[in-house]
Each structure stands twice: as structure tokens, then as C-alpha cells.
Design a protein around this ligand. Structure first.
Ligand code: SF4
Length: 248
């Protein structure tokens, strides 16, 4: 599902869906070799994100957990199942959206991300947003919300309150939600998450907000990189890499 924007998009959006996917693959190839922060020493797999590279709706969570680190995919545990269920309730599925995290590697013992890690990893998220060009971004929980809003206001005050934000070159509808993991064992949080979630279709239907006039050019692929060969970093990641790079 891709809602047509109400206003002309910057020049980068003339990319075809295939170009968008290839550019995203190139960023993934870079990320999976990343050693920008200490988390590369303890990760099993870089969890780049997956879903529809042409999606209007993007979800941004916190960081991979143990299952994600093992499988190389975001939101595969109980929180992921809840996300799938909520998507189903609004008539959508993972193949309609793109799901990523603020950190692409798992913090040991699922500790909170450190500021230096978030800072080091931010560029990958920015480039994902720049290439996918979502109409709407749902931040899941405190870390993603604070990062993309650029202030420290907590999710309990912000959940369910949509706003327009310019992130990099792109204006989006930012829609903070509780993290599904926080809703697993707290009925009141689940109720709030579900209620907020059910407003997504109406917000999506508003289409893309007006875009900033000056959009920075997205680097084009060099000709020799246009169809990168896929290299599996570890065997266990083969299936995950297919899901990530094959996209939907
Ligand atoms: S968390 Fe991000 S910045 Fe740190 S090593 Fe992983 S991909 Fe690189």
C-alpha cells in the first residue's frame, strides 16, 4: 500500500522502487561490516531492518534483542508477534511497512543503548528514512521517540500525538507509540497502544506533508555497485539476509 502524496516530492523521490531497493541494499552492505561503535564486538548479526523498501509507513524501535541478534531480523519475539497482530487489526502486514531500530546491533544483556552508540548508528537510520521516503514514521518507545524528535520528552506524554517533523531532507508525520514490549505485560499500556495504533490508517490517508524545498541529493550508486553481490557474513544469517535484502 503506498498512499500518493498530496504535494510534489523532492527530486530524490523520482527513484523507482527498484532503485530504492538497490540503494537500500548498498547501505545494508555497509552496515553489516560496521565497526563504528563497540557493539560490533558483541553482536552476532547486524539487524538492519526489513520490510517494504517502498513503504509509506515505517516503524522505528530501540535495538535488537537476543532473538533478533540471532536471526538478523527486527521484532521477531513476543513484541514482534504483538506488532504483527496490531498490523493485522488495521488491515496491514509486515510486507506493507518497513521496520528498523535506532541501533542495528544488540546491546549486551539488552541494556539500554548508550548515547555514543545511538550517535554512531544514527546515520544508518537517517539514510533508511531518506531512501524509503515514508509518509509516516511510528516511533516505538522512548529511545526512538527522543532520537527522532530531538528532545527528552517521554513516550507516556507523547504517545498517540502525531506531529509534522523534518528528518534529514524529509518531512514526515511522526507518530510516537508505546513499544510493543512495554505493552506485553501491562494491560493499560496495551490498551493505549492498540487505541493509538488504530488511528494509523486515518493518519496515513492524509498523505505526505509538504516537503522542504531544499532536499539534499541522495548519492547515486556507482555503475559497478548497481547490483551488489550478496555475501553472507555468517551462515545463520543467510535466511535473514534473504528476507532483509530481498525485501518484500
Ligand atoms: S550499533 Fe550501529 S554504529 Fe554500532 S557497530 Fe552496529 S551498525 Fe555500527
Amino acid at each position: 500500500m503506498r498512499v500518493r502524496p498530496h504535494s510534489p516530492l523532492p527530486s530524490a523521490s523520482v527513484r523507482s522502487a527498484a532503485e530504492r531497493r538497490e540503494l537500500l541494499k548498498a547501505v545494508y552492505d555497509e552496515a553489516r561490516e560496521c565497526v563504528r561503535c563497540p557493539l560490533h564486538q558483541t553482536r552476532t548479526t547486524v539487524v538492519f531492518g526489513n520490510g517494504n523498501a517502498n513503504a509509506d509507513l515505517m516503524f522505528v524501535g530501540e535495538a535488537p534483542g537476543a532473538n533478533e541478534d540471532r536471526m538478523g531480523l527486527p521484532f521477531v519475539g513476543q513484541a514482534g508477534k504483538l506488532l504483527d497482530r496490531l498490523l493485522e487489526e488495521i488491515g496491514m502486514a509486515r510486507k506493507d511497512v518497513f521496520v528498523a531500530n535506532t541501533l542495528k546491533c544488540r546491546p549486551p544483556d539488552n541494556r539500554d543503548p548508550h548515547p555514543n552508540e545511538i550517535e554512531a548508528c544514527r546515520d544508518y537510520l537517517d539514510r533508511q528514512i531518506e531512501l524509503i521516503e515514508p509518509v509516516m514514521i511510528c516511533t516505538l518507545g522512548n529511545f526512538a521517540t527522543k532520537l527522532l524528535r530531538g528532545d527528552t520528552t517521554g513516550i507516556s506524554r507523547l504517545h498517540g500525538r502525531e506531529e509534522l517533523r523534518v528528518i534529514g531532507p524529509r518531512a514526515v508525520r511522526l507518530y510516537p507509540l508505546y513499544h510493543p514490549a512495554a505493552a506485553l505485560y501491562t494491560p493499560a499500556t496495551l490498551e493505549a497502544l492498540r487505541s493509538d495504533f488504530h488511528r494509523i490508517p486515518e493518519l496515513l490517508a492524509l498523505g505526505a506533508p509538504d516537503q522542504p524545498e531544499q532536499a539534499e541529493a541522495v548519492p547515486e550508486l556507482e555503475e559497478q555497485d548497481a547490483l551488489p553481490e550478496l555475501k553472507e557474513p555468517v551462515a545463520v544469517a543467510a535466511e535473514a539476509a534473504t528476507a532483509q535484502l530481498g525485501l518484500f
